[in-house]
Ligand binder design. Structure first.
Ligand SMILES: Nc1ncnc2c1ncn2[C@@H]1O[C@H](COP(=O)(O)OP(=O)(O)OP(=O)(O)O)[C@@H](O)[C@H]1O
Length: 378
């Protein structure tokens, strides 16, 4: 993905042409757009100031006008917990490209933008623990996230509410704007914004005002693929680094365009996220989805009997102990000592199990010895 969204998506059914200074009128307040936070396939996300006495900063996610994100607010309402992004407002916005679902939430610092910096093992473990609790709470509410990966995890930044809004704006990067000027004036259309804005670097701001000594508090966002257990998501998304084997099998071998995604796929993703939080890199780095099955079998050692006929090279000999042994040093860099590393590998091998019915529940994961010490903080 580039640093700004794909311009061709500013069309009917696509992105809303937001620019800095726009005011959006919600149900509980109005919001003045002051900067860009990010963008995805289904939305642009903006830093906005509430236009009330609080002048609080919020994140405003303006979805594409294809209706695919219409259920995000509904799922979020069902799961509100301290480990999911806080829903502050939800409303519809009519514009030149159609009707967009808008949700307003608290501002989070994307965790991926922080992982490369020096972070203590305890910091990493606390993030992992928050995610386990998040998935437990989601499943208790009957909701499956359906697209869990570290790109959808952020750290809260309560300091943002305490700082003077003018100081915050001064401390954030200045706006990097690219003018949108069609070569042929006849192609000018209200579907396009006057300019596109590069997202601000919230991680740098966070590093400056919070530092890495703070105890982090992680939350999950992007509920665009969330659905009630037993139903289907409106859109299929699967991040290669956290996609469950049953989903890969259905997609690649059975050619199912919209495979069912259940709670156990969230648990697989949890294992993949914990690996990445500690080691700093994804468990199946730089692989395409079609290569995943072979690597998953090497990691686990064998393929469940019910899948053997459909799994590529299912009967090749494999040594899962050697697979984990090769990654031990890498994982140890994010752990406190040898025991901590061994406990982590035990937890990962218990969680990243091919057969979905044999994976532990998030509650069981939260009681794992690797989390001892962190559990007592809660
Ligand atoms: N609450 C938030 N606080 C800060 N930044 C956010 C917040 N929500 C989203 N973002 C930023 O905007 C980006 C896009 O958001 P999101 O993932 O919700 O959109 P999407 O279109 O549903 O994405 P995808 O293509 O992954 O489905 C995120 O990667 C993140 O950088």
């Amino acid at each position: 993905m580039g640093t700004t969204e794909d311009m061709t998506r500013y069309t009917h059914g696509g992105y809303h042409p937001c620019i800095v200074g726009n005011i959006l009128h919600g149900q509980s307040s109005s919001y003045r757009i002051v900067h860009k936070l990010g963008f995805g396939s289904y939305a642009t996300v903006w830093l906005a100031e509430m236009m009330d006495a609080s002048k609080a900063f919020v994140a405003v996610k303006v979805s594409t006008a294809d209706g695919l994100s219409a259920r995000e607010a509904e799922s979020l309402r069902a799961v509100q917990s301290e480990h999911t992004v806080t829903l502050l407002d939800a409303f519809a916005l009519d514009g030149p490209n159609g009707t967009h679902s808008v949700i307003v939430t608290d501002v989070l610092v994307p965790v991926l933008s922080l992982l490369s910096s020096h972070l203590s093992p305890r910091w990493r473990k606390k993030i992992a623990y928050d995610l386990v609790l998040a998935v437990h709470e989601l499943h208790e509410s009957g909701v499956v996230h359906g697209d869990l990966h570290l790109g959808n995890v952020g750290i809260t930044i309560p300091q943002l509410l305490k700082e003077d809004p003018e100081d915050v704006m001064q401390d954030l990067d200045s706006h990097e704007l690219t003018i949108v000027l069609p070569v042929d004036p006849k192609n000018s259309t209200p579907s396009l914004p006057a300019y596109v804005v590069a997202p601000c670097n919230l991680a740098r701001y966070y590093g400056r005002i919070c530092g890495s000594n703070d105890t982090p508090h992680a939350k999950i966002f992007d509920f665009g693929s969330a659905h009630f257990a037993g139903s289907q998501p409106t859109s299929f998304q699967c991040a290669v680094e956290a996609c469950a084997p049953e989903t890969v099998l259905a997609r690649i071998v059975d050619k199912d365009e919209n495979p069912p995604i259940g709670p156990t796929a969230d648990v697989w993703a949890l294992g993949a996220m914990i690996y990445e939080i500690v080691s700093g890199s994804a468990i199946f780095r730089s692989l395409g989805i079609s290569a995943l099955l072979t690597h998953m079998a090497s990691m686990t050692g064998s393929v469940p009997s019910q899948w053997q006929a459909r799994w590529p090279n299912s009967d090749s000999p494999r040594d899962a102990g050697a697979w984990w042994g090769q990654r031990r040093d890498h994982l140890k860099k994010g752990c406190t000592d040898d025991k901590d590393t061994d406990d982590l590998i035990n937890l990962l091998r218990k969680t990243l199990v091919l057969d979905p019915s044999k994976r532990p529940s998030p509650k069981e994961i939260s009681r794992d010895p690797w989390f001892m010490g962190i559990q007592q903080d809660d």
